[in-house]
Design a protein around this ligand. Sequence first.
Ligand SMILES: [Fe+2]
Length: 315
Amino acid sequence: MDETKYYHASTNPLLTIAAGVPGNEAQLKLYRPGYEHYLNETPVIDGQDAQRKRAVTLDMFSELAQTLKKQNWAKASDDMKFNLDRTTLAIDDMTSARYTMVRWKSGLVSQIHAHDEAYQLEALISGKILSSVFHRTDPFKNTVRYVRTDIVTEGVYTNFYHTPADGKMLIHSAVTLLPSTTLHFVSDVDTAKLMSSPFNLELFDDKVRLTKKDVVRISEEHAARLQIGDVVLVKSNNVPELGMHYIIIEGEPVTKPHGLRPQTITIPAGTNQLLLDPEYRKDPLVLLKLNEPAARTFLKFHNIERKVDRIILPE
Ligand SMILES: [Fe+2]
């Protein structure tokens, strides 16, 4: 017998929304009916069979994202009345589990903040965002370091699951590079964490000053042959959104629009003195491979473990 419990979309959602969102900004407390069935078909993840229930939730979420993609009202633009508006599409009165759509103008920053909900999904419906994930270096301090940064142009970019008991949390931030629409699912309300004191971001370049002795300049051809765990400091006019950044090789090369490229993760650099050197100023692409000791220091700083065939990012 299927004993799966499902959420119940509220029939009087404005009260629950008002209770869960602080402040008086009406544009953050909008509701649009017609999407309640997505929540009514989303299972409560209660321990039993959690993996299957997560998969069903992701299916439901993806289906809703596809639906919104085709709807004109979901489009964001820089002519919108407010910088951003948030429309709840369905909310459960008991748990505050909800589907919410956010429309953002371009150039908006969502500060580093944390969630510890059991399950959290985020997808980009349209637009372009820079999405960053962080980890805490000390559970008793609000000091964080980068895990990774991604330029997101479509699809699910957050798929985070922890039980409330394991004490882990998602810490992330986003910047909209174009007017963007995002869809969010959260299985529980967590305003306290969202409102907690600001995080203090520690950057590698603030702690370690790389010199020319720590790096070797490499060509693009060489970059295609890098090994898993190699670290490269990059200045590229192709990706101005990222500015100066580090890439860490995480997998075998794959074919990308520009040709065969290694699989990488990206971490933004701080004010990197080395790349400000006049020698590099005019070049559209500068690739500086960190030598072994420097790479080891970098990976250790970011709590990244290097194995022969993969790297392991901190949780
Ligand atoms: Fe968030």
